[in-house]
Design a protein around this ligand. Structure first.
Ligand code: ADP
Ligand code: MG
Length: 234
């Protein structure tokens, strides 16, 4: 099947069918997401909305290969995430997906430049080339002067731009952002969303943003709303 996928399937960044993630809790279970059917075409900018606890982060973790579904099927960037070997999954997380979190998740003991280089060095890419690309990205993001600084010396907006550079270092085709503006003021939040829009429109990346705000609405090419782990609106 793998090799005879229909052309249409090849243009899909995400194909999820009846996707569920239930968290065992005591004798029962908590619903993370339940029976989610979702198709995202390559090159789309999908906005996922929903109140706190509606399942946005759970869904993004599944799409990013950070967590595994309890049920359903999931294909992301052409890879079947259920049957993929641990090695393929690691490579997928490193090279296909770039993730941006609300809390930035930068390593405090590394400089801005080192944080950005790290995923590429872990992927075994040659140091000098990685460094050149990191410098280019930081320059593009207006962060060149911040390269030698540590995360604790940065503003929230600068931390998020560093995290975006880090997410881009391995040239992922799919960028996943979980409430990327949640810890930013409105000016920096707007700048981060616009940047994700540029990555989508100008660089053709598939972008998936979870947010409960409206900042990304004007950039969205598709949208869903989650409630109690299910899609209630498209
Ligand atoms: N690791 C976990 N263990 C148990 N329940 C969880 C876990 N992660 C999330 N949940 C639950 O799953 C539901 C969806 O959470 P989440 O995906 O974080 O929603 P959102 O990102 O929209 O706020 C919530 O009820 C939450 O409490
Ligand atoms: Mg969340």
């Amino acid at each position: 099947m793998e090799d005879d996928a229909l052309p249409e399937e090849n243009s899909m960044a995400v194909v999820a069918e009846k996707l569920s993630r239930l968290y065992p809790m005591g004798t029962g279970e908590v619903i993370g997401v339940r029976d989610v059917d979702l198709r995202v075409r390559s090159g789309e900018l999908l906005v996922i909305k929903g109140e706190s606890g509606s399942g946005k982060s759970t869904l993004l973790s599944l799409l990013a290969g950070l967590d595994r579904p309890t049920n359903g099927s999931l294909r992301v960037g052409g890879l079947d995430l259920e049957t993929a070997s641990p090695g393929l999954l690691t490579e997928f997380r490193r090279n296909t997906i770039g993730i941006v979190f609300q809390s930035f998740n930068l390593l405090p003991t590394l400089t801005v430049l080192e944080n950005v280089c790290l995923p590429a060095l872990l992927a075994g890419k040659p140091g000098p080339r990685v460094r050149r690309r990191a410098v280019e990205l930081l320059d593009w993001l207006g962060m060149a002067r911040r390269s030698p600084h540590f995360p604790s010396q940065l503003s929230g907006g600068e931390m998020q731009r560093t995290a975006i550079a880090r997410a881009l270092i391995n040239e992922p085709s799919i960028i996943i952002a979980d409430e990327p503006t949640g810890n930013l003021d409105s000016r920096n939040g707007t700048a981060v969303i616009e940047l994700l829009g540029v990555l989508n429109r100008e660089l053709g990346r598939t972008v998936i943003i979870a947010t409960h705000g409206t900042l990304a609405d004007h950039l969205a090419t598709a949208g869903i709303r989650l409630h109690d782990g299910s899609i209630v609106e498209r």
